[in-house]
Design a protein around this ligand. Structure first.
Ligand SMILES: Nc1nc2c(ncn2[C@@H]2O[C@H](COP(=O)(O)OP(=O)(O)O)[C@@H](O)[C@H]2O)c(=O)[nH]1
Ligand SMILES: [Mg+2]
Length: 306
């Protein structure tokens, strides 16, 4: 039901045709999937850091426009490795391919279009779903040297270039998405931003803050559980959360001298949450030892990763 001609698209809207569908965001870690999701929604709901593995599970961002509801499915990207968390992340990206109505294959233009991208492109096209190959991060100086459109992407439905940071190319991207989306009614209320409960988004904001405040490999050993999310008071949301670490030595680092690390994490997360929720937030954040959180499938599930 896709329409490529802009003329017809305008006509569709006049005749009240509404479009909706799931748009999977695929690509290597750090391509800029979560940044694009946040930028298109105009709110930060997905964790973004310079470290790979920031996104651990699927997150649906809901973008309601006059003639379309675009359901942007953020994914962890393709991860190598065979640990339970790697498997959960890879399953999640694979599920996105089979569940989506169309896909955006995000390619950092400074890294270029690789055989891996060609494989995914073919896999999605085999499902008869449209694929837009989207070059990302074109605001970076190195992007000027990138070959674009890239050889190998000819089979894509369209090839575009964007910067989620400056917003360049995003109007054209939205127009391309809307032209390829199937007809369908909106599935969520216009003011709903995500399918995940706010307590999950809160856990992600705390985890992002921990990723940014803690150096090196420690972040990958961390998870966040929200044990209380109380919004009874409309002007003050009370959140109690634990930062889970696997070892006592990690606990010491996460707390920091005199508690300064965990305090910095809490302040950063609270700022994001107050902006997102539009009210005051009281965040009670503690570091908790949980040596096996990343090893038990049930624990991963309760943390929202499966
Ligand atoms: N300069 C620039 N940096 C970006 C852009 N999009 C993402 N980034 C950065 O790239 C890193 C990875 O982004 P993220 O959205 O987490 O990538 P993901 O792993 O694909 O979800 C972060 O440090 C972002 O700030 C962009 O358009 N321009
Ligand atoms: Mg991400």
């Amino acid at each position: 039901m896709s329409e490529e001609s802009p003329g017809r698209e305008g006509e569709d809207r006049e005749h009240g045709v509404h479009k909706s569908g799931v748009v999977a965001l695929l690509g290597r870690p750090n391509a800029g999937k979560s940044t694009l999701l946040n930028r298109l929604l105009g709110e930060k709901i997905a964790a973004v850091t310079p470290k790979p593995q920031t996104t651990r599970s699927q997150l649906l961002g809901i973008l309601t426009r006059p003639g379309a509801q675009i359901l942007l499915l953020d994914t962890p990207g393709l991860h190598e490795g065979n640990k339970p968390l790697d498997l959960a992340m890879r399953e999640s990206a694979q599920r996105a391919v089979s569940d989506c109505d169309m896909a955006l294959l995000l390619v950092d233009v400074t890294h270029g279009f690789e055989p891996l991208h060609a494989e995914w492109l073919a896999r999605i096209l085999a499902r008869h779903a449209p694929v837009l190959v989207v070059g990302t991060q074109i605001d970076r100086p190195e992007a000027a040297r990138a070959a674009w459109p890239p050889p190998g992407a000819e089979a894509a439905t369209a090839v575009l270039r964007i910067s989620a940071r400056t917003g360049e190319g995003l109007d054209a991207l939205l127009a391309a998405i809307e032209s390829q989306l199937p007809e369908g009614p909106p599935h969520f209320p216009a003011d709903q931003l995500t399918d995940r409960p706010m307590r999950f988004v809160a856990a992600e904001m705390v985890r992002e803050a921990a990723f940014l405040e803690l150096s090196q490999e420690l972040p990958y050993r961390i998870a966040v559980e929200v044990v209380e999310y109380d919004e009874k008071n409309p002007t003050l949301t009370r959140i109690r959360a634990n930062l889970l670490v696997e070892r006592d030595s990690q606990k010491k680092i996460a707390i920091g001298a005199g508690g300064e690390r965990i305090r910095a994490i809490g302040i950063r997360a609270r700022r994001d949450l107050e902006r997102l929720l539009g009210n005051q937030v009281h965040l009670d954040l503690r570091v908790k030892l949980d040596p096996t959180w990343a090893k038990r499938p049930n624990r991963l599930k309760s943390l929202g990763y499966r």
